[in-house]
Design a protein around this ligand. Sequence first.
Ligand code: GDP
Ligand code: MG
Length: 357
Amino acid sequence: MSMIFTIFGYPKTGKTLLFNLLTDKQEDISKFSTTANKYHTAIIDVPDHRLKKLGELVKLPPVYAQINYLDTGPISFGEVKNSTFIDLLRRADGLVHIARGFEDPEMIHPLGSIDPMRDIQNMEEELLLVDFITVEKRLEKLEIDLKKMKSRELEEEFELLNRLKDFLEAGNPLRQFVLKPGEDQMIRGFKFLTIKPLINVINADENSYASLLPFHKEPENNTVTIVFCAKIERELLELPEAERLVFQKEFGLDQYGYIKESFVKTSYHLMNLISFFTIGKAETKAWTISQNTSAYEAAGKIHSDIQQGFVKAEVIRVEDFLETGGFIQAREKGILRLEGKEYLINDGEIVHFRFGK
Ligand SMILES: Nc1nc2c(ncn2[C@@H]2O[C@H](COP(=O)(O)OP(=O)(O)O)[C@@H](O)[C@H]2O)c(=O)[nH]1
Ligand SMILES: [Mg+2]
């Protein structure tokens, strides 16, 4: 199952352009498109140079991890709670909110000025409101039920939801709420929006990029803010690779990282995800796991037989593997490690599971 990242935001912020850049699609972007209830979806391979090189070395086709990107239609200011796209937001593993940081006299911003940080704050408040409504509705129902019968379970839920309500009322997203063990299970079904990892993307232009860059924010509390230039990026990508750097310099974007790769890096970092690799008979493959996943759990991701029959995991860093040229050479050099069930897998390791019946 691939992870779902859902792109959403106010009208004309560059959602579809971002989607196109992330997926190499060519969906229509237009200044004058009307309210569309349509959304776009695409599943793409997660770019990984290491797997590519590994595939070349062992002469097996690489099978990349995958991400499912969704591009929703416009949501008007104040309308998130009524949006037809809310279900798509609820289904997401990560939310990608794009805010407008570019000028265009032909497209007037509904609030009259360009201020992406204001829009980010605004959107956060709208998401908070959606969760607040969810909590309130459930509390109302619980109150009725608790009058009818005594239930320890319902009382616990009532107590937790009241804490969530206070938290939201104080303006805090649930991303920052510290759940006690077991509480995670209790609220999973509500699919709260402010609990999901949130990637804020500011879409700048060549004039605003430098002044918006300071709003870039490293991952913290399950959220991150990145600044990029959708339109320039697309223009750059149409150039032959050799010429891109020249133009990047001209735009003052020497250090610019293209969104397709930087997005994956940022979101993996944000969500504490890492990759490990396996070399099979017919393919070499990347797997996405959470940090602190044990070899035993990782084996289960591949196949329940491998997990149940787990004996040992042979582990090597992909860089070392590429340098030595293969398992045999690595074994000879003594850099292939044998690890047990409890071993915590690191990013970029090749793992070969030994298992019995
Ligand atoms: N100048 C400028 N225009 C942009 C930028 N990103 C998007 N646009 C324009 O904004 C319009 C709407 O873009 P689109 O991706 O369809 O926005 P959406 O409505 O959020 O999906 C198009 O005309 C784009 O060319 C940008 O970074 N700079
Ligand atoms: Mg669009």
